[in-house]
Ligand binder design. Structure first.
Ligand SMILES: [Zn+2]
Length: 206
């Protein structure tokens, strides 16, 4: 995107992230990170479920960073759990948007099941925010999900990938589609200087 500086997150997605963080972290944990990331206006006051612009993407990235730092070594795992809860919220509240309402995948080959839900995630994000660009990479042996407008790492710099919340959401999505625990690896991250964040669907965990 040309105007990455001006990237915004819509209300419904901020709401989804805050509800999920509240489920996983509890009120005290959530309120603490809202304060340290300059989002205290959302304490006890989540944004409404609509597609109005809510906060700059850079601030959404700061919230993610604040959660990671709040939990120290447990931060990555905590963000993954929030990502999982976030996919479950999407299933509950936005099943039509994701195209999963009443869908049965049972008879599809495994790769098709995974492709279906990754496309559903990308489409839902693109429909809710015209700035978003996300797609499924089918070029390799392993399917991958790519977003070139990732807000989780917006303005961040890190030698390692930082989009742990995204990893959790994709893991939960693939679990929903296949019933299996696939390992999701963030192979590229814009925080490392890559052109996009890329999440590869790896091995099934034993
Ligand atoms: Zn990333």
């Amino acid at each position: 995107m040309d105007n990455r500086e001006e990237a915004v997150i819509v209300n419904s997605l901020v709401r989804q992230a805050l509800v999920s963080a509240q489920e996983v972290m509890g009120d005290n944990g959530l309120n603490a990170v809202l304060r340290t990331s300059g989002l205290e206006r959302f304490i006890g006051n989540f944004p409404p479920n609509n597609l109005e612009p809510s906060i700059p993407a850079s601030q959404y990235a700061r919230l993610n960073q604040a959660i990671e730092e709040f939990y120290g070594r447990g931060g990555k795992g905590m963000l993954r759990r929030i990502g999982k809860a976030s996919f479950q919220y999407g299933l509950r509240e936005q099943s039509a948007l994701m195209g999963v309402a009443g869908v049965a995948l049972k008879l599809l080959p495994e790769r098709q099941k995974i492709k279906f839900i990754l496309n559903g995630l990308a489409d839902a994000l693109k429909k809710s925010n015209s700035q978003v660009n996300a797609w499924v990479d089918e070029s390799g042996d392993r399917l991958a999900y790519i977003e070139s407008t990732c807000a989780i790492c917006h303005s961040r710099h890190s030698p390692d990938p930082v989009c742990h919340l995204y990893v959790g959401s994709i893991a939960e999505a693939v679990h929903w589609a296949t019933g299996k625990e696939y390992q999701i690896v963030e192979s590229h991250c814009m925080a490392k200087g890559d052109q996009y964040c890329r999440f590869e669907v790896g091995e099934v965990r034993a």
